[in-house]
Design a binder for this molecule. Structure first.
Ligand code: SAM
Length: 945
């Protein structure tokens, strides 16, 4: 999601409220309540036989009372699945049925009836009218019957077999919602379509005819309903989502006359729960009645006044229902009286006074229907993985039931059986709860990156799938969400965001997606940069990702090209030469004079084109060489690690390796590497680099060659064009090195990337968001470097080597390394010399597996086989030790130009060597990225650039 991470649709987080989350969730963890806590609340809330309730509320605990239900199916069956047999919500969630306050007014005896087992009661309507297949079963069929089913007609009842056919989730008509409709182009930029992937389902695709470029606003969308998190209610306005503390700071700066009362949120006098005048008119007027009424019940009073349970999801559900209710009642009033009722007038006043009236009206008119028809209740994987936390669900339902004032709303909420389609579409309580859980997004305060609320968007946002290499980011303006492009999107290409921080490794990301969002990521990065590249085939799609178009921000009109005189460049950064791109288009030939050094370069369109083409050819050649001489084809499915980019040979101390030495690990940029790429590949890389930059790739190679930067020629022109290609070149290396866990090499590449980005983009520019994306990646690399072993192999170092290393360390280093080593040992199980034991590096694991497979084949043989090397058995290779990796990293420090990265480096390096620093750095990077992401966009809210 963002250029670096993102807010995300929420899925189960059993001990919190909704399964809401976002990119900032790590900063906003609701402390999981412990077991006793939950028990206590259940006891308080439900006022029922504690033992019986506890047993029923914990689906995974087999008890005598529920074993009958579960024995026929699955011992970990979710309560909802049980309910298919229990046929009563009250039976599954006894707390609900027993809540006495539900009986306090007319018609609220439904729950009690349900508990008594009265079949005509509303609670027992759940699942009783027509026999239904268990949800799980329906999901199974859904996945086996293929995706086309989603497009078919809503639902049919097959009376002969008494089973209900699959619930379908058709795609909303393209461009029919205000958000999907671009005012710039007058047409729709997006459409919802099937992705063709069984696991992903539908997705949001570009409907534009042209390539969408970075920075482009794809859509902005208002939520159908939104609420502030319980914990932020006292600071965040429920209407505009502004943080009162920030406003207060601003006021402090702007004028000291701002009074305290201006700085505080206006609390509702009735319930003291929520705030602000606008919210009152729109929502809280009705909400408050329900809350106040429910306070007659002591349990509910405690909920509202003492916050004994989280009410966020309950309030969100209420608002969802209340909006429908308002629209329905208002339409009925209008039909009868031929005019709007007072309540609707009040609401309209609010809409007229600043909110987007057209969009709000559209949401009023279509929202309910869209939620019913187009949002699904979750995938099979999600429903299997993420059974709702029964106690939280019961509490949420109880709060909703106590707050919804209309009897018929309560009944339909309990039953979900207004019609057959409703039942399947999940418009009853559980269905809505699940939809909210799958589609609600956490609203993030972009300054603090904390989640302050939850919103349900229904137009475009809910259809955006996750990708670990997304092409869009989104940011919040209050509760309104804006989605922007971060790399070129081709016509018809799927638009994706990242639900999580992208900067983790594949395995890490997948773990997070699974545990937080309950799906197995099917994005290209996960598919083609698998956790262990040694065992997975590399396919053409991988190449397309790494060699495809890179994030290419539009040129800043102020920027144009930079001075080609590298002496000028070396002085203190590149100097932009203005408005060249547009002039070139008009005049074909432009003379550029650098204001700083007076250097004149002559540019023609042809020259620019030629330059770009030749560079592109060189890059292609480079990639080809790195692939062993052939460009990857669709058919090739090699299991080999054939992309040897990270293994360039530059002899240590400029000495040529000869004879036996040739098989030794060699040094690139001060690093020892495993294997050499072909000479042609190296030559190709250097040629490409030279053509693109006019200098030798000294930043990368100087440590090995001792070269200083040299200007090769004057016609290495058009830096703004070149930078794109150089980035492409470096990015190829970066991604490959990351995929192979060659952290050191990846760091080299990323430093190079950073340098290029810094040189290319000046001032505030939307590309800062993209730059931050790389900054995050670099930071993460640093973290990885310090926490994991590189796959770079080195010769086993003897005692002599160790002594030498010792000599090289100053006492500060020694202390740091000791602390680090201790921390590593404690946390990861390293042996006495700091070499990782247990899992080992990827290569070690690979070798072990192969050794096992081949019986008596020794690890050394396998290694030689793999490398094609003839090596003396006693020269066993070992994964590089942490200390060495750290020393190498330290040697790289002078190359890091960006002070922010240096700062982050220090944070993770930490004298204490604590691993936890890693998470701090990720949070910091994210914050920074969000900061950048917002800067340029905030300046131009229309989205036109
Ligand atoms: C907000 S919805 C996105 C729209 C959804 N595809 C649909 O058809 O309604 C999120 C759900 O889409 C699926 N999904 C999103 N991104 C995915 C990915 N990269 N791989 C697999 N499934 C994904 C997961 O089931 C996830 O719970």
């Amino acid at each position: 999601m963002d250029s670096t991470g993102a807010a995300a649709p929420s899925t189960a987080q059993p001990t919190t409220t909704l399964r809401a989350s976002n990119r900032a969730q790590r900063n906003y963890r609701v402390k999981p309540r412990d077991h006793d806590d939950i028990e206590q609340s259940e006891h308080d809330l439900m006022d029922t036989d504690k033992n019986e309730t506890d047993q029923r509320l914990r689906p995974s605990t087999e008890t005598s009372s529920n074993s009958a239900l579960t024995s026929s199916t699955n011992s970990t069956l979710h309560p909802y699945h049980q309910s298919q047999e229990a046929q009563s919500l009250g039976e599954v969630y006894p707390g609900l049925a027993r809540l006495s306050f539900l009986d306090q007014d007319e018609g609220s005896g439904a729950a009690e009836d349900s508990a008594r087992g009265d079949p005509s009661s509303s609670a027992s309507l759940l699942g009783t009218k027509k026999p239904r297949r268990p949800l799980q079963q329906r999901h199974q069929q859904q996945s086996t019957e293929g995706e086309q089913q989603r497009d078919a007609v809503p639902m049919e009842v097959d009376n002969s077999t008494s089973t209900v056919k699959e619930a379908m989730w058709p795609n909303p008509p393209p461009g029919s919602s205000p958000s999907a409709f671009s005012s710039e182009t007058g047409s729709s930029l997006v459409e919802v379509k099937e992705t063709g992937s069984q696991t992903k389902g539908r997705g949001l695709f570009s409907a534009a005819k042209e390539v969408l470029q970075p920075g482009k606003l794809v859509f902005k969308e208002l939520g159908y309903c939104q609420v502030v998190h319980d914990s932020s209610l006292s600071q965040v306005c429920s209407a505009c989502f502004k943080d009162a503390r920030e406003e207060s700071d601003k006021n402090d700066n702007a004028s000291s006359s701002a009074t305290d009362s201006q700085r505080r949120l206006v609390r509702c006098a009735g319930c003291k729960v929520t705030c602000q005048t606008n919210d009152w008119k729109l929502h809280h007027r009705l909400e408050c009645q329900g809350i106040q009424k429910s306070m007659a019940n002591p349990v509910m009073k405690e909920v509202w006044t003492k916050h004994t349970t989280d009410t966020t999801s309950a309030r969100a559900l209420c608002r969802m229902m209340r909006r429908r209710e308002r629209v329905r009642l208002s339409a009925a009033y209008k039909a009868e009286h031929k005019k709007l009722d007072a309540a609707q007038k009040q609401v309209n006043e609010v809409y007229f006074s600043g909110l987007d009236q057209k969009e709000e009206e559209w949401l009023d008119e279509n929202g309910g229907d869209w939620i019913d028809r187009f949002l699904s209740t979750g995938t099979a994987e999600a429903s299997n993985d993420a059974p709702e936390d029964s106690s939280q669900f019961a509490k949420t339902m109880a709060i909703v039931m106590s707050c919804v004032t209309l009897k018929e709303d309560r009944q339909s909420f309990l039953s979900g059986h207004e019609s057959e389609r409703d039942a399947s579409a999940g418009v009853g309580g559980l269905g809505l709860y699940r939809k909210l859980a799958s589609y609600a997004f956490s609203i993030t305060n972009m300054q603090t990156t904390t989640a302050v609320g939850v919103a349900l968007y229904i137009q475009c946002m809910p259809f955006m799938n996750h990708s670990c290499i997304p092409n869009c980011i989104y940011i919040f303006k209050g509760s309104r969400v804006e989605c922007r492009v971060i790399r070129d999107i081709q016509p018809g290409e799927e638009m994706t965001i990242s639900y999580i921080d992208q900067i983790g490794m594949t395995k890490e990301r997948q773990r997070q997606l699974k545990s937080q969002y309950h799906f197995t990521c099917d994005c290209p990065l996960c598919r083609y940069f698998p956790a262990n590249p040694l065992t997975q085939p590399e396919e053409d799609a991988l190449r397309n990702i790494v060699s495809g178009p890179l994030p290419e921000p539009l040129l800043d009109p102020k920027q144009g090209f930079v001075c080609l005189n590298t002496t000028c460049l070396a002085a203190d950064g590149p100097r932009p030469i203005l408005a060249v791109e547009s002039q070139l288009n008009i005049y074909n030939k432009v003379e550029l004079k650098c204001k700083e050094c007076g250097h004149i370069s002559e540019l023609t369109q042809e020259l620019v084109q030629e330059n770009e083409e030749s560079a592109q050819r060189l890059i292609t050649g480079f990639v080809r060489e790195m692939n062993g001489g052939s460009l990857p084809s669709h058919k090739s499915k090699s299991n080999s690690r054939n992309f040897e980019l990270a293994k360039a040979t530059i002899p240590e101390s400029n000495e040529q390796n000869t004879g036996d030495d040739a098989v030794k690990p060699t040094v690139v940029g001060g690093l020892r590497t495993v294997q050499a790429p072909s000479e042609r590949a190296m030559q190709n890389y250097e040629d490409a680099y030279k053509v693109l930059t006019g200098v030798l790739p000294t930043a990368t190679w100087s440590a090995a060659t001792g070269n200083t930067p040299s200007v090769l020629n004057d016609d290495a022109v058009c830096r703004s064009q070149q930078h794109r290609l150089v980035r492409q070149l470096v990015q190829v290396g970066f991604d490959e090195a990351v995929s192979h866990k060659n952290w050191i090499f990846a760091l080299h590449r990323s430093i190079e990337l950073e340098r290029i980005l810094n040189a290319t983009y000046i001032g505030h520019h939307p590309s800062k968001a993209i730059q931050s994306y790389y900054t995050c990646k670099i930071s993460n690399l640093l973290a990885n470097l310090l926490l994991e072993e590189s796959t770079v192999d080195v010769e086993e170092s003897g005692k002599e080597d160790e002594d030498k290393e010792q000599d090289m360390l100053d006492s500060d280093d020694e202390r740091e390394l000791k602390a680090w080593r201790d921390a590593m040992r404690q946390s990861k199980g390293h042996d006495a010399v700091g070499t990782k034991v247990g899992n080992g590096s990827m290569q070690e694991r690979f070798l072990k597996k192969k050794q096992k497979d081949q019986g008596d084949t020794s690890a050394e043989q396998v290694r030689r086989e793999k490398k094609g090397l003839e090596q003396a058995p006693e020269k066993r290779m070992q994964p590089e030790s942490s200390q060495k990796v750290m020393r190498d990293v330290k040697a790289l420090l002078p190359s890091i130009e960006d002070p922010r990265i240096l700062q982050q480096f220090r944070v993770i390096w930490g004298k204490d060597g604590k691993l936890v620093s890693r998470y701090r750095i990720q949070a910091d990077s994210l914050k920074q990225a969000l900061h950048y992401a917002e800067l340029p966009f905030a300046k131009n809210s229309t989205g036109t650039r």
